[in-house]
Design a binder for this molecule. Structure first.
Ligand code: SAM
Ligand code: SF4
Length: 330
């Protein structure tokens, strides 16, 4: 097991397999989309497999596949099959918008994919269309149904957006009444490809919980699992749980065990940093596994204490937090 300079173990990799997407969620990218990377700048599956192998030897046990939308990249399922055979990996999961996912659910279950995060910000078709700029709610609901029928642990990720979907907090929470889902509300972050929406965040994690309590006053706090980014709750008698992720307020940095590899092969040791290692350049310059290992260890030894420190450093070195989440992977 490898620990960073603040004594936090590094066990979890979020791997963005593409920056492309078939939706245009307004909190993630502008209506016209982002300028996609030319194909040769995106890591090949073989390069990703190699990075995962090296990181697994260093103690990474969990990989979450994300993007962009993972299912828009051809060959994803073959890649997952090969990834599942990596020594040392105990948990492969993925985050998807659910539009193209339903036909692959049986295969995902057969592969041993234990959990899927499904992004779903509203149950209202018109609001869904407005938020994602595409009319795809029926396809996403079909995926939700399929995941639950296949017995795959499903988390619903809902970004809480001022003036857009706060009326959905209660109906989404109410899904937990009859469905064994974990509904997780996420504070909106400024990673929308354009810069921050709001000078201050109106819908903080505290306000989200207060709003849910107006309808469900007996909402109970659950113990949070180690390294959890969400504060977890349950409504007594409900099958599922509710989580609130303080992604903007950054209350969870003290136990952060995660690193990110963007689609172009940049290592981020904090969501709010500007990229700390060009892994693609190393791979393509012929670096041996030992050299990759040394570069990763060096990066882990210089992790920022928290997202505020990372953001400050990023700003001072000419970076910004206006990048699209589609290139970072969430
Ligand atoms: N396309 C897939 C999806 O939407 O599930 C995977 C990639 S997406 C970038 C990963 C997660 O990031 C999604 O749950 C999405 O809601 C979240 N996300 C994107 N932009 C965000 C923002 N500005 N603030 C908070 N969460 C954001
Ligand atoms: Fe696409 Fe996911 Fe970004 Fe929405 S949040 S635009 S589905 S990458």
């Amino acid at each position: 097991m490898i620990y960073d300079n603040h004594n936090r173990p590094i066990t979890y990799l979020r791997l963005a397999v593409t920056d492309r997407c078939n939706l245009r969620c307004f909190y993630c990218m502008p209506e016209e989309g982002i300028k996609y990377l030319p194909k040769h700048q995106v890591l090949t599956y073989e390069e990703m497999e190699r990075v995962v192998r090296v990181l697994a030897r260093l103690g990474v046990q969990k990989v979450r596949i994300t993007g962009g939308e993972p299912f828009v990249r051809a060959g994803l399922m073959d890649f997952l099959h090969r990834l599942a055979a990596t020594d040392g990996l105990t948990d492969i999961s993925l985050t998807t918008n659910g539009v193209l996912t339903a036909p692959h659910i049986a295969d995902l279950a057969a592969l041993g994919i234990r959990s899927v995060n499904l992004s779903l910000d509203t149950l209202d078709r018109e609001r869904f269309r407005k938020i994602t700029r595409r009319d795809e709610l029926p396809a996403v609901l079909k995926t939700l149904d399929g995941l639950l029928s296949a017995g795959i642990q499903t988390k619903i990720n809902a970004v809480v957006m001022d003036g857009q979907n706060t009326q959905d907090l209660i109906p989404l929470s109410d899904l937990t009444r009859t469905l064994p889902v974990d509904v997780r509300f996420i504070e909106e972050m400024p990673f929308n490809g354009e810069g921050s929406h709001y000078p201050i965040l109106n819908w903080t994690h505290k306000r989200i919980v207060d709003e849910i309590r107006t309808r469900f006053p007996d909402l109970q706090k659950l113990p949070d699992p180690p390294f959890s980014t969400s504060a977890n709750y349950q409504i007594p008698g409900h099958q599922g749980t509710i989580g609130v992720i303080a992604a903007f307020s950054r209350t969870f940095c003290g136990t952060c065990n995660r690193i990110r590899l963007t689609a172009q092969g940049t290592l981020k040791t904090c969501l709010y940093d500007n990229g700390v290692l060009d892994v693609r350049a190393l791979l393509r310059s012929g670096a041996a596994d030992d050299e990759l290992t040394a570069a990763f260890l060096q990066a882990f030894a210089h992790r920022p204490l928290n997202g505020f420190e990372a953001e400050r450093h990023s700003m001072q070195t000419g970076g910004s937090v206006s990048e699209s989440m589609s290139t970072i992977g969430g």
